[in-house]
Design a protein around this ligand. Structure first.
Ligand code: FES
Length: 226
């Protein structure tokens, strides 16, 4: 399957945001993956021409990062964070329970093609550990029971609301958002909750203006970057 003309047009739109073409490599790979479901050889050829790198250089990047897939996965990639904080707060237990519940392991897909399970590293979301993702949308403060319910709902084709973003979308749509294509969903979800602002409030209470200003700035970046 070749990269569609629609995706090639999106690639050209994204490309103009980068002063150096090679800097657009990763967004363009996400667009290619959104189109084909994984990074195909055709994707590598098209992207290498657009960013003016060799196919070997594009292959090196796409094979290094685990977000770029070597083969198509299920309709929804369900990630379970197994880094230290999430792991000790229940992530390991959630992972084991989902493996049993779904009958598949890491990077394997349920026999209905609905869900691919994935062990993921820290998502910088430890304030809401244990954390899961579904097509890269956050599912915070998970438990074994909530995790099983999410997977069951996804397999049944039911809508699943992320905890600080939109309803879980397709893997392709999520990839286009990551690439920088405006999805019109910026206002969806809420990130500025009490737990995330605890450090800022403590700094303000202690009169630490410098740190609180920096924390405020970081919060604004996080909100913008959702
Ligand atoms: S350890 Fe899981 S989000 Fe940081």
């Amino acid at each position: 399957m070749a990269i569609s003309e629609t995706t090639r047009a999106q690639m050209r739109e994204v490309l103009v945001d980068y002063p150096r073409k090679r800097s657009a490599l990763m967004p363009l790979l996400h667009l290619a993956q959104a189109d084909e479901g994984y990074i195909s050889q055709d994707s590598i050829v098209v992207v290498s021409e657009m960013v003016e790198l060799t196919e070997a250089e594009v292959t090196a990047v796409s094979s290094f990062y685990t977000m770029y897939l070597k083969r198509e996965s299920g309709r929804v990639r369900v990630g379970v964070c197994i880094n230290s904080l999430c792991a000790v707060l229940g992530g390991d237990e959630i992972w084991d329970s989902l493996v049993d519940h779904c009958g598949v392991g890491n990077n394997q897909t349920t026999d209905d093609g609905a869900v691919t399970l994935e062990r993921i590293e820290c998502q910088a979301a430890c304030t809401h550990a244990p954390v899961m993702t579904a097509n890269w949308e956050f599912l915070d403060d998970m438990t074994v029971e909530k995790a099983k319910q999410v997977v069951d709902d996804l397999r049944a084709g039911q809508a699943v609301q992320s905890t600080r973003g939109p309803v879980v979308r397709t893997f392709a749509d999520a990839g286009r958002t990551i690439a920088g294509v405006d999805d019109g969903l910026t206002a969806e979800g809420e990130i500025r909750d009490d737990r995330m602002l605890a450090g800022l409030r403590l700094a303000q209470a202690n009169g630490d203006a410098g740190r609180s200003a920096e924390a405020e700035r970081q919060g604004a970046v996080n909100v913008k970057g959702r």
